[in-house]
Design a protein around this ligand. Structure first.
Ligand SMILES: *[C@@H]1O[C@H](CO)[C@@H](O)[C@H](O)[C@H]1NC(C)=O
Ligand SMILES: *[C@@H]1O[C@H](CO)[C@@H](O)[C@H](O)[C@H]1NC(C)=O
Ligand SMILES: *[C@@H]1O[C@H](CO)[C@@H](O)[C@H](O)[C@H]1NC(C)=O
Ligand SMILES: *[C@@H]1O[C@H](CO)[C@@H](O)[C@H](O)[C@H]1NC(C)=O
Ligand SMILES: *[C@@H]1O[C@H](CO)[C@@H](O)[C@H](O)[C@H]1NC(C)=O
Ligand SMILES: *[C@@H]1O[C@H](CO)[C@@H](O)[C@H](O)[C@H]1NC(C)=O
Ligand SMILES: [Cu+2]
Length: 736
């Protein structure tokens, strides 16, 4: 009797959520609010296209026949001593992480790709216990979109806000779900995000009365995009770092180089080839003739009813590629970006960069059927030759009652009379006139909220920083290295949020000043209470036609996007011709920390800033040869990571920190918060240690060693202990 009550009580008190499989929707109507949400996660290695047996803790490879679509698993037949393909049950099939149908090692939370979807109400406390069950690597999990006011050490950036969680350790994140909207979580150390360590973080909020009301949604879907490699992310990364990606078509049996993919303005999409795209962990790979290598690999399906309105919360977890997202025969209405509401904007499609989120809705007013939901990459050229078709991945919009078949739908044709609006192009003009595309830069979206853009009311409360995200490099190897204002970021040896600047690799004037290029823990200091304007730009060496647009994410803040500047283009084909003249690089190659060409624009006086209803974001694309003007109030003391969200760029060094306030102005970590860092010691200390620091050690030693030697050791050890005790008493005497 009493045991029963106890069990019921414990069930009531702890609501630890452990989902078994990925959930692609938010329940509608929303579930009732809780004050506390508790999650229990393990990070572990996993294999795609394997069937895992929990009882035996063993796995067996799975094959999908490319002609019949039949699933089978390998099993050992001891009588024939062969590894045979055997049939699988529906239940077994449903347990396989298929990805793009190939076998590879991944790193996942709770064995799920994508990881568990977190759905919580705004203002609630979220507690996530992360246990690292990996063999050899540390992890840290970042809550992308959450500003962590007063809890900067919960931001989850390994070696910046906390020590990495070592194998075998567990660590409990606790934070307030302070920002409503579509957010996400992902690994933030090394390249685990690219291996699948990410998921959705949806913060529910009731609409305020001042906003124009949203339609009533019949259902809300979560859609995570990913560019998937068949190799480990560190292989990809190292090949980028070693400038060996040209050869990534195959090292041994081909003289073919990887083709350079360039977008409408002729600038580079990046150094990695596209293998497969995944939507909610599912996708296919396509051969050079654009045929699916295995058309039976499953795709994500969103089932809808006719004449209803559905919200899609789209998150890009990509390593590198931007995706252009559209739904065949359905116009999109965009309602939010990075969790922040925007005035409804209709569009044929939008471009989403890694780190960004876009929420849109569609009305299912078409003939019941199956329609492609498309995520296409955005190259127009491969080695400067026009491409027939972009790389792509798809999901299926399935109307209830329609046959269970794959869509045959076509994307809308953009015509002179019916142009396509594409939101968030990383360039101003989408190719030549014949494409009939109208780009709407993200800076031209509007916020429906009453915005109070902070103004530069007094000179001593105003700061403006110019930060160049591009490829710099040494004199020997210019234009190659991902860096910020000529600094390639070096991880601190201990997290500054915990140990202050002790672990930083300093950026000295001698090595890093002015136009130099160096490796260090680069940071800018901003003062709490100030109005901070940042001009993020992408100019100088390694920009131009060899450059890449960089989606820059700032931790700890959502910022107003006040303006965006694009380079000059050839108006007939839309290709880049020269960088925007608003920032004056002068004769400087690296163009580090330059300012407005027109000095009267200083002090917040740049003309054309949207101070009335600018959109808010936490990740924004910085176009090649252009810039973005953002503004926020320094209201959140802490060490905040700022970086390009293209993971290979970030890890190579396109990252920095904002040091907001002094260490004393930052909330110190809770008691017992883990510390880590370097340890070095002297030879003299070593000699002392060898002799034993404690009396019990002395005892063991002298017992172990026999006769005269024992006595001698005992004497020396005793002396050692004596010295230490003397030092101790001296210390305690002086500290009083
Ligand atoms: C969390 O998960 C771990 C590993 O699966 C388990 O040992 C532990 O008991 C769980 N904790 C709670 C509170 O459920
Ligand atoms: C195992 O191999 C034997 C001998 O070749 C064969 O008769 C039997 O059917 C096989 N068993 C299974 C489960 O395939
Ligand atoms: C949201 O609004 C609904 C309808 O007005 C209300 O029932 C609910 O309590 C609200 N939830 C929260 C968390 O404010
Ligand atoms: C949607 O509504 C229209 C107008 O009432 C109707 O003609 C159409 O059949 C409906 N579509 C579906 C899929 O129910
Ligand atoms: C475009 O619209 C104009 C004016 O409505 C019309 O005269 C013309 O035929 C249309 N062109 C096409 C290709 O539909
Ligand atoms: C602009 O593009 C057109 C079409 O590709 C080309 O013929 C022309 O030479 C370009 N102009 C410049 C200044 O590069
Ligand atoms: Cu980048």
């Amino acid at each position: 009797m009493s045991i029963k009550i106890l069990v019921i009580l414990s069930v009531l008190c702890t609501t630890v959520v452990t989902q078994e499989t990925f959930v692609n929707s938010v329940p509608v109507p929303y579930p009732p609010r809780q004050d506390l949400y508790v999650f229990n996660w393990t990070v572990e290695h996993w294999e795609t296209m394997f069937l895992y047996n929990k009882q035996r803790e063993a796995g067996t490879p799975v094959i999908i026949d490319s002609l019949t679509g039949v699933y089978s698993k390998r099993e050992y037949n001891s009588s024939s001593q062969s590894c045979e393909l055997t049939a699988m049950s529906e239940d077994e099939i449903s347990q396989v992480t298929t990805a793009d149908g190939y076998h590879r090692r991944t790193t996942l939370v709770n064995k799920q790709l994508p990881g568990p979807t977190i759905v919580v109400w705004k203002g609630a406390q979220v507690a996530v216990t992360v246990t690292n069950k990996l063999i050899q690597e540390g992890v840290a999990i970042h809550w992308h979109g959450i500003t962590q006011h007063n809890t900067p050490w919960m931001d989850g950036v390994g070696s910046v806000s906390q020590c990495p969680i070592s194998p075998g350790e567990s660590f409990t994140y606790r934070f307030t779900a302070s920002e409503g909207g579509t957010h996400w979580w992902h690994a933030h150390l090394g390249t685990f995000r690219t291996d699948g360590l990410y998921g959705a973080l949806i913060v529910l909020e009731n609409d305020t009365s001042s906003r124009p009301p949203l339609p009533v949604f019949h259902q809300e879907f979560v859609m995570l995009l990913h560019d998937w490699q068949r190799e480990d992310s560190l292989d990809t990364y190292l090949r980028v770092e070693w400038e060996a990606t040209r050869f990534s078509h195959g090292y041994g049996d081909t003289n073919t180089c990887r083709k350079r993919l360039t977008q409408a303005d002729g600038t580079d999409l990046g150094p990695v080839h596209f293998t497969s795209g995944l939507i909610n962990g599912k996708g296919r790979s396509y051969d050079d003739n654009d045929n699916a290598e295995n058309r039976f690999v499953p795709l994500e399906k969103f089932s809808v009813e006719g004449n209803m309105t559905y919200r899609f919360r789209v998150i890009s977890a990509a390593m590198m590629f931007p995706f252009r997202v559209s739904v065949d025969q359905h116009e999109l209405t965009l309602i939010a970006t990075d969790g922040d509401r925007i005035v409804e904007q209709t569009a044929e499609s939008f471009i989403i960069n890694t780190g960004e989120r876009y929420d849109f809705y569609i009305t299912t007013d078409q003939t019941p059927g199956n329609y492609w939901i498309r995520a296409d990459t955005i190259e127009l050229y491969a080695d400067n030759m026009p491409v027939n078709r972009q790389h792509h991945t798809e999901a299926i919009l399935h109307y209830e009652g329609a046959p269970d078949a794959e869509p045959t739908s076509q994307r809308r044709t953009c015509t002179a009379n019916d142009t396509c609006v594409v939101v968030n192009c990383p360039f101003r003009q989408y190719g030549d006139q014949s494409m009939h595309i109208e780009c709407l830069p993200v800076s031209e979206l509007r916020s429906p909220d009453n915005q109070f853009v902070p103004l530069p009311e007094s000179a001593d409360k105003w700061e403006e920083h110019f930060i160049n995200f591009h490829f710099a490099g040494s004199d020997i190897n210019p234009g190659q290295r991902s860096s910020v204002n000529g600094h390639r970021f070096v991880l601190p040896s201990s997290p500054p949020q915990v140990t202050g600047d002790r672990g930083l690799v300093p950026c000295t004037d001698e090595l890093c000043g002015g136009e130099k290029y160096c490796d260090c823990s680069y940071h800018v200091t901003i003062t709490p209470g100030n109005v901070v304007q940042m001009v993020l730009y992408n100019m100088g060496s390694g920009a131009g036609l060899a450059g890449t647009g960089h989606p820059v994410h700032i931790h700890g803040h959502h910022f107003y996007v006040l303006d965006m500047g694009f380079p000059e283009y050839n108006s007939s084909d839309g290709r880049y011709s020269s960088q925007n003249p608003d920032i004056d690089c002068g004769t400087s190659e690296r163009c580090n920390g330059k300012r407005w060409a027109d000095q009267s624009w200083e002090g917040g006086n740049k003309p054309g800033l949207n101070l009335r209803d600018p959109p808010m974001k936490d990740t924004v694309i910085v176009p090649v040869g252009g810039y973005v003007v953002i503004r926020f109030t320094a209201d959140n003391p802490g060490w905040w990571f700022v970086h390009c969200h293209i993971e290979i760029h970030q890890v190579e060094g396109m990252a920095m920190m904002i040091r907001e306030g002094t260490q004393g102005q930052m909330n110190p970590p809770p008691p017992g918060f883990p510390t880590c860092g370097e340890f070095h010691w002297s030879s003299a200390e070593f000699e002392r240690a060898k002799k034993g620091y404690s009396t019990s050690w002395t005892h063991t030693l002298s017992v172990a060693a026999g006769g005269g030697i024992g006595a001698a050791v005992g004497f020396i050890v005793g002396l050692g202990v004596g010295i230490i005790c003397y030092e101790c008493s001296k210390k305690s005497a002086t500290s009083k």
